[in-house]
Design a protein around this ligand. Structure first.
Ligand SMILES: Cc1cc2nc3c(=O)[nH]c(=O)nc-3n(C[C@H](O)[C@H](O)[C@H](O)COP(=O)(O)OP(=O)(O)OC[C@H]3O[C@@H](n4cnc5c(N)ncnc54)[C@H](O)[C@@H]3O)c2cc1C
Length: 372
């Protein structure tokens, strides 16, 4: 019998495993190995080379969650021996800064976290960041280091390594059934293993609800997310190496709320810019087959073309070698903050990454453990 079983080995589950095992509890974390492309019955929101990390957030609490996680990155890297963090700063571009959700509460966040953003007029942006095209009419708000980006696969590997050093057991499997009983919870896996724990934390991302892992429902929606990878040469990537990670409140008929990372080396050894966004073509899912169909066969063409257009607009001087589109998925809660709650006296669930919690996964995991 485990003290705690954590379902889902993503940024939040791995964070929970790290914090729970640090208390001396007997912890198991269950999740499949990470495929490079969609190939399992379940998938994730973090199978990628980069996720932005920054203090900019929709409210002060989320900014504090992010900063706590950021402040722990170097210790996790040191304990695990796995690097994953690049503090290159984050630049938000918008035609209307007052209406941009990530900078709307900037004054409150500056006061609470004790730092100051740097403002750029549209003409000053290209002087400070010469890798961008000429004046595109955007205003800029720069959230300097420690903001930047993380490599989420590496961060999860680092968190799991720390948890393992502290005695946690990692089980590479998929949970098919969760059965709460009076004194314990029984968990059954795809490979036919049955395990028991006094408490369970469900952190299976978009699949928590769709895989029947929530004994009582949690209000959330599950949305498609489309990403474009823009391939560049190693020489171009080296030239752009000082670029900050970015959020762009772009004006387009098709996409909005874009985010992008500097060119990074992906598992195929090539260098890619990554740009994602919301889209008028986004889909919402309420069954597992519908989500699996999107992940494996989703039509991303219109969104992909709009994302390519934005990349070309932002970086007119870049020679693009190729563009690829990738499917992803996010979950949203009605108030835009993650729901961390006891969905049964023995089961805590974290639902609603709202497209922005890879960076704070370690903190959210800590908070989930405090519910146990
Ligand atoms: C395109 C895109 C861009 C994003 N950009 C950013 C960004 O720049 N910055 C940022 O901070 N966040 C970003 N996010 C959001 C971020 O990736 C998520 O908030 C984060 O991944 C959520 O972590 P999680 O652990 O809850 O879920 P996930 O990352 O989805 O991990 C869940 C894990 O559970 C596993 N699982 C699922 N079902 C089961 C089961 N039945 N049994 C066992 N295991 C299961 C999955 O395989 C997966 O490994 C982005 C998301 C997307 C899709």
């Amino acid at each position: 019998m485990y003290d705690i079983i954590i379902i889902g080995a993503g940024p939040i589950g791995a964070g929970a495993a790290r914090h729970a095992s640090a208390t001396g509890a007997n912890v198991a974390i269950i999740g499949p190995t990470e495929p490079l492309r969609a190939s399992h019955t379940v998938w994730s929101s973090h199978y990628d080379a980069a996720r932005l990390t920054h203090r900019s957030a929709r409210n002060v609490q989320l900014a504090q969650y992010a900063l706590e996680a950021i402040n722990n990155y170097r210790a996790i890297e040191a304990q695990s021996g796995i690097p994953f963090y690049t503090p290159c700063g984050t630049l938000s571009l918008s035609h209307d800064l007052g209406g941009f959700s990530y900078t709307a509460q900037r004054t409150a966040i500056e006061q609470a976290l004790d730092f100051r953003y740097v403002d750029y007029t549209s003409s000053a942006i290209t002087q400070a960041f010469p890798m961008f095209s000429g004046d595109l009419g955007y205003h800029g708000v720069y959230d300097g280091p420690p903001s930047g980006y993380i490599a989420p696969r590496a961060m999860v590997a680092a968190q799991l390594t720390c948890a393992q050093h502290q005695g946690a057991t990692i089980i590479r499997d998929i949970v098919t059934h969760l059965t709460p009983q009076h004194d314990f919870v029984t968990v059954t896996t795809h490979d036919g293993v049955t395990l028991q724990a006094r408490r369970v934390i469900v952190a299976a991302g978009a699949y928590s609800g769709l895989c029947g892992l929530l004994p009582t429902p949690v209000a959330h929606t599950i949305k498609s997310e489309t990403v474009t990878l823009g391939k560049v040469s190693a020489a171009t990537a080296a030239r752009m190496a000082d670029m900050p990670s970015m959020m762009v409140d772009c004006v387009s008929d098709v996409i909005s709320d874009a985010y992008l990372t500097p060119p990074l080396q992906y598992p195929d050894g090539k260098w890619y810019f990554k740009l994602g966004s919301n889209s008028i073509h986004d889909l919402f899912f309420d069954t597992l087959p519908a989500l699996q169909h999107w992940i494996k066969n989703g039509d991303m063409v219109a969104t992909h073309h709009a994302q390519i257009a934005l990349l070309k607009q932002l970086f007119a001087g870049v020679e693009w070698l190729d563009f690829t589109s990738l499917p992803c998925v996010i979950t949203r809660t009605p108030d835009g903050v993650p729901s961390i709650s006891n969905v049964h006296p023995r089961v805590t669930a974290v639902v609603g990454c709202n497209g922005s919690l890879a960076k704070s996964g370690d903190t959210i995991g800590r908070v989930a453990v405090e519910f146990v």
